[in-house]
Design a protein around this ligand. Structure first.
Ligand SMILES: C=C(O[C@H]1C=CC=C(C(=O)O)[C@@H]1O)C(=O)O
Ligand SMILES: [Mg+2]
Length: 451
């Protein structure tokens, strides 16, 4: 099925390629296409090379298919942020751009110094991709960007045609859990007690400890179905998926790391949690309790203080509300303080990410000691969990979320991750319960249910 815009994109590409630049990026306006159908349309041709992103308002959605170029870093230090930035600048400088321009999507490992698990082997210290096909939906408008490095027209035409085959609604999904294991449960409890000892001895003030659930299912996990459930069930979260080889990192995170739009930037402090109530009255009472609870307010205050300080170093006009409010997701409510600022001249989105990661909502406080403590006592490899994931446009704008409430999928298996902020008066059992609530969004989406 060849439509008007498919012809248009091919014609524009034909002209653009005459410019003999390293990469050609052409964007055309297209009609209404559901981003998830587009993701599903890439299943055969681009399996292992797809990504999906939608922001927490579900107003800005990106779907990438295929790899025009890939930026990878195995650098174990902060240099990885600059390596990625440099490689991206070179690509943008060498590109011929017609229309919106290319963007890249990808993420970073939480702590490249602690890499051990085989299941994370497809996910390096940093990896970003410039897709061959990028669908962008903002509000009611949709664009298709085609990025070409070395591709024949015949191949391109074939690919484009295959992407516009209309897919039926993604319907219900029948899978059963055949195995469920709480990975290193006892060692996690031990780590929490160890952390509270360190805090009480004054060694450290806060540390976030994560645990892992391993699940295997009766059938291969269908990534489009999981995204569809997440999109339906978590309307206030960033929805993301990043395929790499046979693995896919996927999730629905309520936590923004940073957004840059020209000179303006936003970030958010999200820490301190309680479940949702069964009735409106109970929900309201739980929320009020959370707003006043000392232990949760401490967890939250570390994040606000660190982010405020980091922002003052690279921004001006930093606005931080004096009191947190509640951010209510389907299963959980959090203490939430949004932050806005004006970025100083020359500060890129990469420097913002480098400065902020990991905030005390994911690492702890002080930062270096917290990361070292996690490295020493947490019984798992976080891989890309709790690390920055997001996009950067050729114009320097971009947005990153913190990849929590997430899972790593391979075939019929899933590794789920959830953590909690440990402070002086943390009770191991309540922290354990808190992580159980944080597992729920992914569990529900994987099981395909509607609880
Ligand atoms: C580390 C996670 O959550 C963080 C974000 C919000 C609230 C948190 C908390 O209350 O402990 C955590 O700091 C996770 O979901 O895996
Ligand atoms: Mg907590």
């Amino acid at each position: 099925m060849v439509t008007l815009y498919q012809n248009k994109v091919i014609d524009q590409l034909r002209d653009a390629l005459k410019k003999k630049k390293h990469m050609v990026s052409v964007t055309v306006r297209v009609g209404q296409i559901d981003p998830l159908s587009f993701f599903a349309a890439g299943e055969t041709l681009f399996h292992g090379q797809r990504f999906y992103w939608s922001d927490c308002f579900h107003e800005h959605t990106l779907v990438g298919l295929g790899h025009a170029q890939v930026i990878k870093s195995e650098e174990k230090t902060k240099k990885r942020f600059r390596e990625v930035e440099k490689a991206w600048q070179q690509i943008v400088e060498g590109a011929f751009i017609e229309g919106e321009g290319p963007l890249m999507f990808g993420g970073f490992a939480f702590d490249p110094m602690k890499r051990s698990a085989e299941h994370w082997s497809h996910f390096p210290s940093a990896q970003f991709v410039i897709p061959k096909f990028l669908l962008t939906k903002r509000g009611e408008e949709t664009w298709l960007t085609v990025n070409v490095v070395h591709e024949s027209f015949a191949e391109l035409e074939k690919m484009i045609d295959s992407l516009f085959i209309i897919h039926d609604e993604i319907d219900s999904y029948d899978v059963e859990v055949v195995e469920k294991e709480e990975v290193a449960r006892d060692r996690w409890f031990h780590a929490v007690r160890h952390a509270t000892d360190l805090i009480q001895d004054g060694e450290i003030e806060k540390v976030v400890l994560a645990r892992e659930l391993f699940l295997s299912f009766s059938h291969r996990i269908d990534r489009s179905h999981v995204l569809c459930s997440l999109r339906e069930q978590q309307p206030m979260s960033y929805i993301f998926a990043f395929e790499n080889g046979s693995s896919c990192f996927i999730g629905a995170s309520p936590e923004q790391l940073v957004k840059k739009n020209g000179y303006m930037c936003e970030t958010a402090c999200l820490a301190g949690s309680i479940r949702r109530g069964h009735t409106m009255k109970e929900d309201e009472e739980l929320g009020q309790w959370l707003l006043k609870d000392d232990k949760n307010r401490r967890e939250h205050a570390f994040v606000v203080d660190m982010i405020e300080q980091a922002m003052h170093e690279i921004c001006t006009e930093v606005i931080v509300p004096s009191e947190p409010t509640l951010l209510k997701m389907r299963h959980i409510q959090h203490l939430y303080t949004p932050v806005q600022a004006k970025i100083k001249e020359g500060v890129s989105i990469f420097s913002l990410v480098e400065r902020l990661h990991p905030t005390p909502a994911l690492g702890g406080f002080p930062k270096q000691k917290a990361v070292q403590t996690i490295r020493d006592i947490e019984p798992l490899d976080r891989g890309w969990y709790a690390a920055p994931i997001g996009w950067v446009h050729a114009n320097g704008n971009g947005e990153f979320a913190v990849a929590i409430r997430s899972a790593l999928l391979e075939d019929n298996e899933a590794h789920l991750f959830a953590g909690c902020g440990i402070v002086a008066h943390s009770d191991p059992l309540s922290e354990y319960e808190e992580t159980n609530v944080k597992f729920k969004p992914m569990l529900l989406a994987l099981e395909g249910g509607r609880r």
